[in-house]
Design a binder for this molecule. Structure first.
Ligand code: ADE
Length: 257
């Protein structure tokens, strides 16, 4: 069964950016995954369909009411239970969460379902955590105005991992981070643009040489831009040899003479 993704959000229309375009749009259209929305306003009891209130203890901003969110999450879980998914992972997008990375994306892409909660305002009533096993996930150390964009970031990264989502069978495996390294540089036609040329090796057609060059470039970029990634990674003998052959960071800084 294709995985199904359920999003609790006040703004389901925003997700047209995900479902209407590109890789994620095609995957949803081709039913490689399901995408459903649960609007907390539909779970309110009052005429104003209120979903927020002022914080106890004072302070700026508003807090999302516990009940509409609780009922929306419960409805999403009930729908999943009816389709045979017992205990879906439930994720609240929040700057307080575990940082999203490719390892977590790949883990989530293997799940039969996900329930995502996109908050608004200053946050959600803390008692929601006592009602649902919510994992908090952050997309980075900055604050956005709501969880919808982070939920779309997470879903886009997850959906491109689904079998058949990408045209080329191996593309996801070749992404940056897929093997813990940054991506190598890419070139297409023309061979010469305003005097700028394509590296010789890529035009030669020697696939082993090309693979070696690409790995060397990926290692070089990773070492200069994200040395933290290399520290956490076991290098193969070939990678160690390539790294030794690369010009050191000081050579690069020296620039042309
Ligand atoms: N909501 C607001 N900012 C966020 C962030 N950086 N990550 C996840 N959810 C958020």
């Amino acid at each position: 069964m294709a995985p199904s993704y359920h999003v609790v959000t006040l703004f389901p229309e925003m997700f047209a950016a995900l479902s209407g375009f590109g890789v994620s749009g095609r995957a949803i259209e081709r039913r490689l995954c399901g995408l459903s929305f649960w609007d907390p306003r539909d779970f309110t009891q009052d005429n104003y369909r209120t979903v927020d209130d002022r914080p106890f203890g004072g302070g700026p901003g508003m807090v999302m009411l516990v009940e509409p969110l609780d009922l929306a999450l419960t409805a999403a879980r009930a729908a999943l239970r009816r389709s045979g998914v017992g205990a879906p992972r439930m994720i609240y997008l929040s700057p307080q969460g575990r940082r999203l990375n490719q390892a977590l994306v790949e883990e989530l892409a293997a799940e039969p379902a996900l329930v995502l909660l996109a908050g608004r305002y200053e946050g959600i009533d803390e008692r929601l955590f006592a009602r649902h096993a919510l994992e908090e996930v952050s997309i980075g150390d900055y604050v956005l105005s709501g969880g919808e964009l982070p939920a779309m970031v997470l879903l886009d990264a997850v959906i491109r991992q689904l079998p058949g989502a990408l045209g080329h069978a191996n593309s996801a495996a070749e992404d940056s981070f897929a093997d813990g390294l940054l991506d190598c540089p890419h070139y297409t036609r023309p061979e010469r643009y305003l005097g700028l040329t394509v590296p010789e090796v890529l035009r030669g057609g020697n696939h082993a040489e090309i693979a070696r060059w690409r790995l060397g470039q990926a290692l070089d970029r990773t070492r200069t831009r994200r040395p933290d990634l290399l520290r956490d990674r076991r290098l193969s003998p070939l990678e160690q040899a390539l790294l030794k052959d690369l010009p050191g960071p000081s050579d690069r800084e020296a620039g042309p003479v």
